[in-house]
Design a binder for this molecule. Sequence first.
Ligand code: G3P
Ligand code: CA
Length: 384
Amino acid sequence: MTQRAQSGPGRRTLLGAAAVLGTAGLASAGTAAGPAHAAERGRGSYRDLPVPTVVGHRGASGYRPEHTLGSYQLALDMGAHIIEQDLVPTKDGHLVCRHENDITGTTDVAGHPEFASRRTTKKVDGVSLTGWFTEDFTLAELKTLRATERIPGNRQENTVYDGRWEVPTFEEVLRWADREGRRRGAPVWLYVETKHPSYFRSLGLGLEEPLARLLRRHGRHRAGSPLLLQSFEPGSMRRLAKLVATPRVVLLSGPTERPWDFVESGDPRTVADLVTPAGLKWIASFAQGIGPTLDLVIPKDAAGRLTEPTTLVTDAHARGLVLHPYTMRNENTFLPADFRRGTDPNAYGDVFGAFRAYFETGIDGIFSDNPDTALLAAADFGKR
Ligand code: G3P
Ligand code: CA
């Protein structure tokens, strides 16, 4: 594995990236002056992370129920460079780690008769959903639930851990990261996503202000803090840019989709517009990176096989943006068709081949449910 400053032939160097970055990255560093915190003492910025950077997606969610302390701990123990949290609020405004506010599929809430009447149907970002939602539970109520495996049909082994862990608050994760950082003598990097920020703001549960308060309290509010912020809504990153200097990443979904804050504000731009040079230039005015789908980096054909890479890596790097695409998973069913092995959708395919194909595009990192595999693939790539 290489450090960014030593990245391979034809790839952007650390110094090059920093020079290009200038505006959004370095200017914001000066806005959050204050005493150095234990979380960041002696460490550089996200630009010093190993490349390719391995992000433990929802922890080590290939092996443990996602967004639990068990999943985060395993990702850390495996050596993941950064560990991801998705955040949603409770009714009383606490930030908790869940991929979505509908907790039907990742907790045992359906087995709690005392909450049966909370099951409801609501529209979130234009999509009608029926289930139980974090914003209808106080933190104390949510803490009576236990996390369960999201995709037991694919990951039956993970179901042995159902019921073992609570839904963690983000504050608990920060405390865990501080503790582990002290124990290891190196900060634990976190990659924190605001989920459905416009929707929650409309309920009076804006995410960014309480998140910024927590980041300040734990010394992760500076440009050099060991944390990256991310959102599918550019507006959330722009709002956070005014509150903290922590680096920001704009997530990008399918080309025809529009960020939900664009839908609400009447901004006609789609993801296809945001990945043009003009769109990337706009993103670089308030963010330091993008998190595109893997398909935006290498599209697939009708049979699900990889085709030719797009120019996204080159175009983003030209604007000083790092790229951390999502999401690699080891099971055949989640891999490009050319890397599947055998006919069992849940068996592992040629994951190293798939990682290599993506790394060869020059991406800076990758989200993976299987951080151990991703780290080995990254090490192989660095030895070329
Ligand atoms: O945040 C990167 C990746 O996790 C985005 O997709 O839906 O898994 O949060 P999602
Ligand atoms: Ca995420």
